[in-house]
Design a protein around this ligand. Sequence first.
Ligand code: ADP
Ligand code: MG
Length: 486
Amino acid sequence: MTSFASSSVLTEPQAVHVSQDIWVDILKALSTELQRGQFITWFRDTAVLGREDKTLIVGLPLPMYLSWHLEHYRALTLEAAKSIDPTIEQIVYKVDGGLKDNSQRSVDILSLFPEPKKRKVPGRQEVKMAEGLISKILNPRYTLDNFVVGSNNRLAQAACQAVAAAPGGKYNPLFLYGNVGLGKTHLLQATGNEILKKDPRAVVLYTTSEDFTNEVVEAIRTQKMEKLRSRYRRVDVLIVDDVQFLANKERTQEEFFHTFNALYEDRKQVILSADRPPQELQLAERLLSRFARGMIADVSMPDYETRLAILVEKAREYEIFMDAKVLEFIAEHMPTNIRELEGILMQAVAQYELEQRMPTVGSIAQIMSKLHHDPHIEEEHVGFEVPEKRAATFQDVMEATSRYYSVSVQDMVGVSRVREILIPRQIAMYIGKKYLRMSYVRLGELFSNRDHTTVMNAVEKIEKKTQNDPQILREMRAIERDLGFV
Ligand code: ADP
Ligand code: MG
């Protein structure tokens, strides 16, 4: 469906500039009612688009916000609005793609409500400046708390927990191995995050063996080996991801060996990962024997229950609501690793954003087969919605119009008379009359029991407009095309 593309035509920034003062006040009132995370997710890039009489028109940046706001926040928002301006009686929503990431038009709630100063995760960035050390930023999304434990990774997770509790202690070095996409990087970074949470001044350096190699090569070229060594000696926790890439790089291995020894002797923690167990790595014997002194743990493919638990966790993180049946389906027909599983979820999120379509077993199966993880199941078993041609219903008319104008069906049948809502409402009535041959009376009933004369007037008005307003005609054609009428 191309509805999103066509509706974006209409979501150009509006010419009129509306003061956001009232929205700022409303947001402030709302922020005390909601959890910060939720608040930021659903109210960022929002704005007031206009005010007509007793109606406040609220702009939302993405279609997926529409149903969410209608369902969860409309009443609260109205209440907050009334507390600030008692003359406001209703809120209507309009999606305006121009709001996305345009802080000049929308209210930048992040600056309104700065994050409470607490965990300063990237303390390493300063380290990087001051000491010339280079660490990749640890992704704050990776924590030990949101890592789902199953029999496939229990030992590895426990070891990470122990290391985070006492870096440089019993499990040094810690060596994790396993196939791609099974959570090694997550665990490594989560351990780094956890250590920093406890001690924000700790120097935690996370790097990949490739980056480390590049540094060594550069140091050799510029004859600054000594500097490199002394820099690394300041590290409290050294995390090197994917050490399999050190294979056959003798000079880098040698340097790594020295760095490793220096840190080890200072009781600094070293954490490593690779895609296979140490003995299968083509590394110098003396390095391998160092690894063997510490703790070696593997991560493997999770079983069904663990996969399901991971899915529940990820769906929560991405704030996508999925039926238990859908999650079970994915867990059952899982691809070979968890990264791919996340890919499927991301596709579902995108689809939801674009089409406002809740993921179903059928839509997930389609995504999986597109990503070449054929779920190997009979179509009728998953209830594929076979896209056969069928005649459009009035429901389709309402949905297509709502999509095109980026307003909700609920507002269209409602009572608001602001232009943003009025035109889509009248167009839907017109299409219902013209193509579905519905009666004025029936249409009136469907639009909150309006009188049939109201519908008649609306249809006539639109009919006239299509004759002398090329813009309206274009909009109408787009919707008719979407519905397969023209
Ligand atoms: P690897 O480094 O082993 O290739 P990653 O750590 O990059 O794998 O994991 C891929 C994705 O799967 C990450 O987004 C990670 O958060 C997720 N993941 C893997 N295992 C788990 C788990 N047990 N619980 C939660 N998320 C997981
Ligand atoms: Mg990795």
